[in-house]
Design a protein around this ligand. Structure first.
Ligand code: MG
Length: 387
């Protein structure tokens, strides 16, 4: 049986801890050989000790001394971006799971590709900003890019056995829970509080992504992510609201047949599939009881009330650095909302205004151009918010 040796970049976050649950659940298929965290020293140390990991990275150097006290003396402790890159190319690893928030995952991802490691990607920013670079370099190296985002993992599953290539596909249909304001009248969105935005109806996730789920920016990022992962034109990436989060996404083929992937809402499903692909393996995860669920509900998205979706489609159509700008401006706006400096609709108003003040460029494989335009969009958003 094929056991994968996996490095987890971002092991103390929501995806990282789910990945370790998978490692506990199917130890015969998954071995953790490297762990990296931003600054949660205690949690990281506990993980290192539990899994007997010898190669570790703490991004924030301030905690390294403390980490040393908590782990065995023969543990190799790396830090910073250099440390992440070193872990991403670890000789004994087969696969790198990238679940770091933000742009810090970009460089280690590209280095993992160069080192011939398969990738399991949970960080949307990487594919949104540099999807073209990541996918073309991965193809050139012959490595596999396995999506961990539940929607993309669902689409990936639906596409197994599709032998005709992308021309067989007429639409990728991403499901969206609709977030906590799915039914909130548009005029009430202006008074949404941080506390309300942090209450996600079906998924338990980090703070940034929970707010992105409330504004639907998360779905917008996922539309762009899907476009690159599956090489499908932006026009063919669609969204349907499905409040139950049971159908994780669907693929419509050109003959009108639709395939869907269903499971309970637990990130262990997509993580496990990414690790064991192309095989499947039994586990202890909760099975769906369809008779109990009884019916599945779908609704059209509120395109006009949640402009994040149309903005994403526009940026995906424009291409170049437009998606990176969309992502960067949103990060700044979300931070301002969290700090009480911006209203909830202010998030998309800021992104809209930032995008219309900038001209996206064709980056021609250059990460520097992407990062420059990312910085420009951050500045523009900060200027618009007025800080
Ligand atoms: Mg998702």
């Amino acid at each position: 049986m094929n056991k994968k040796r996996v490095v987890i970049l971002g092991s103390t976050g929501s995806i990282g801890t789910s990945a370790l649950k998978v490692a506990r659940d199917i130890p015969e298929r998954m071995e953790v050989v490297g762990l990296a965290a931003h600054s949660s020293v205690e949690v990281l140390a506990a993980q290192v000790n539990e899994f007997g990991v010898k190669d570790v990275c703490l991004f924030n150097p301030a905690g390294v001394a403390r980490l040393k006290e908590l782990v065995p003396a023969d543990t190799r402790i790396l830090c910073g971006l250099e440390g992440l890159c070193e872990l991403a190319t670890l000789q004994q690893a087969d696969m790198v799971l990238v679940s770091i928030i933000g742009t810090a995952g970009l460089k280690p991802t590209l280095q993992a590709i160069e080192a011939g490691k398969d990738l399991a990607i949970a960080s949307k920013e990487i594919l949104v900003m540099a999807g073209e670079v990541v996918m073309s370099r991965a193809a050139a190296k012959g490595i596999n890019v396995l999506p961990v985002d539940s929607e993309h993992n669902a689409i990936f599953q639906c596409l197994q056995g599709n032998h005709g290539g992308s021309e067989q596909v007429s639409r990728l249909i991403l499901t969206a829970s609709g977030g906590p304001f799915r039914t909130t009248p548009a005029e009430q969105l202006a008074s949404v509080t941080l506390e309300q935005a942090l209450k996600h109806p079906t998924w338990n996730m980090g703070r940034k992504i929970t707010i992105d789920s409330a504004t639907l920016f998360n779905k917008g990022l996922e539309m762009i992510e899907a476009r690159w992962l599956f090489g499908i034109p932006m026009e063919q990436v669609d969204v349907i609201v499905h409040p139950q989060s049971i159908v994780h996404s669907l693929v419509e083929f050109r003959d009108g047949s639709i395939l869907a992937q269903l499971s309970s809402s637990d990130m262990c499903f997509p993580i496990q599939y990414a690790v064991t692909w192309p095989e499947r393996t039994p586990n202890s995860l909760k099975r769906l009881n369809l008779a109990e669920i009884a019916s599945l509900r779908f609704e059209a998205p509120r395109w006009d009330d949640f402009p994040a979706l149309s903005l994403a489609r526009q940026c995906g159509l424009i291409g170049g650095t437009a998606p990176a700008m969309y992502n960067a401006a949103n990060e700044v706006a979300v931070q301002a909302f969290v700090e009480g400096r911006l209203s909830f609709p202010g998030i998309w108003h800021t992104v809209e205004a930032a995008l219309s003040s900038l001209t996206p460029r064709d980056y021609r494989g250059s990460l520097d151009i992407i990062l420059e335009d990312d910085a420009l969009a951050r500045e523009a958003a900060a200027r618009i918010i007025g800080c």
